[in-house]
Design a binder for this molecule. Structure first.
Ligand SMILES: [Zn+2]
Length: 328
């Protein structure tokens, strides 16, 4: 996709480019200097989107999750990569965008927003042989995090996208949930508010799964939620910093899973590079932050260097994207 990422080559059918274009049309940059501008995915975000929406060449009309190459995705990336806003765009897409496989194009077909409850007039024409998409009829979506504070990583950008721009005509932001067309809903679940667990959902966004452990009972919560989605033909997305391998977290269990139908994104620099050596740390950052053109490696170095003084393991997990144990 770019010279910087020669191994990120999409050579299989996917709805990912339609999804990314739909996102750029409908989702805004939720904060910062460019707030309100179209959300154009960074290369790493586009790569993960293309994979999450990769379609099996033999997918048949009517198949839900089984139409996709991956049953679920796990994205492990360092601080400031833009995981939360990207998760929010995927949630928007599952809510009202082109998320469900809808057969193969013969030629002349298009995604026309007017067929999907949006009067913006946007049209995306399929090439013959492309996988096509439709929206979920009743989109019930859940967002999971350990605490209210953690929920904000994804829920804040999501609320911003839902309130501003084109999505405001289809999404209504409430105190505890976002209302969607056709009795659809986006709900928040935390370790202290699990009453909605077990609801039939079509998508789950599980954020900071490196913090879901047996101690805080979040392993069971995450697995119950995934089962709820699987029962509806839905899928899920895990996002997290590199986990501490001594904690046995949900993130680690996913990393260790041998199942081939989980997309795992976890860029790692060569292990020969030492995180405590400044020059080598620079190389590690250059490696793990690739595909994120907004990142200033000097700013990352400054933050990493300060955290290294107090908690070197956490610095290496947060900014080096490495699974290392210990908390200082
Ligand atoms: Zn539209």
């Amino acid at each position: 996709m770019t010279a910087k990422a020669p191994d990120w080559v999409v050579a299989w059918p996917t709805l990912g480019f339609l999804v990314a274009d739909w996102v750029a049309e409908h989702c805004i940059i939720p904060d910062g200097w460019l707030k309100g501008d179209p959300f154009e995915m960074y290369d790493w975000q586009l790569w993960c989107t293309a994979n999450h929406y990769r379609v099996k060449p033999k997918a048949r009309l009517g198949q839900l999750a089984p139409a996709f190459h991956y049953r679920r995705s796990q994205v492990i990336a360092p601080q400031k990569m833009g995981k939360g806003p990207w998760s929010a765009t995927i949630i928007c897409n599952e809510a009202v965008g082109p998320a469900v496989f809808a057969g193969w194009a013969k030629g002349g077909e298009a995604w026309d927003c007017r067929d999907h409850g949006c009067d913006c007039g946007w049209i995306w024409e399929y090439e013959p042989g492309d996988p096509m998409a439709t929206h979920w009829p009743t989109p019930l979506i859940q967002l999971l995090a350990t605490s209210e504070d953690q929920v904000a990583n994804v829920y804040d950008p999501l609320k911003s996208m839902a309130k501003h721009g084109l999505l405001a005509s289809q999404m209504r932001v409430g105190e505890e949930f976002i209302r969607l067309p056709n009795d659809g809903k986006i709900e928040v679940v935390t370790s202290s508010a699990q009453s909605r667990l077990g609801n039939p959902i079509i998508f789950a966004s599980q954020d900071e799964t490196g913090l879901y452990t047996a101690t805080n009972k979040m392993i069971k919560v995450a697995e119950t939620q995934r089962r709820g989605a699987a029962g509806m033909g839905g899928r899920s997305l895990e996002t997290t910093n590199a986990p501490d391998p001594s904690e046995g977290s949900v993130a680690q269990r996913t990393i260790e899973s041998q199942r081939p139908d989980i997309f795992k994104f976890h860029e790692q620099a060569p292990s020969s590079l030492s995180y405590t050596n400044k020059a080598e740390r620079r190389k590690i950052h250059r490696h793990v932050y690739r595909g994120a053109k907004h990142i200033d490696l000097d700013a990352i170095e400054a933050e990493a260097a300060e955290l290294l003084e107090k908690d070197p393991a956490q610095a290496e997990r947060f900014f080096g994207n490495r699974m290392v144990s210990g908390a200082g």
